[in-house]
Design a protein around this ligand. Structure first.
Ligand SMILES: [Zn+2]
Length: 96
């Protein structure tokens, strides 16, 4: 299974240093900041992963949209992506 480069780096770091709680916690926080998205499903229903708000907007996948609630400019992804990134994260948790 494919593991992203930054995950591989983190995992090898964790093996060497055994300070998983701190670095893993920072890693999660960083991931949360960097990975805020608008998840778009059918009928233009959008979900902001930043403020956890639903809204309806005409938008295309991979375009930028401003969330009406938190006013963040976020990348739009279709709901199929969620499954992929979830698997990716699960793989990291199992390795940890
Ligand atoms: Zn938002």
């Amino acid at each position: 299974m494919y593991v992203r480069k930054k995950y591989r780096k983190l995992l090898s770091l964790a093996d060497k240093q055994f300070n998983i709680p701190n670095s893993f916690h920072r890693f999660i926080e960083k991931q949360k900041l960097a990975h805020n998205l608008v998840i778009k499903s059918k009928s233009n229903h959008c979900w902001c992963t930043c403020c956890k708000t639903n809204f309806v907007a005409q938008t295309k996948a991979n375009s930028m949209i401003k969330c009406p609630n938190c006013k963040q400019q976020l990348l739009v992804k279709t709901d199929r992506l969620q499954e992929y990134s979830f698997k990716d994260n699960l793989q990291v948790y199992f390795k940890m």
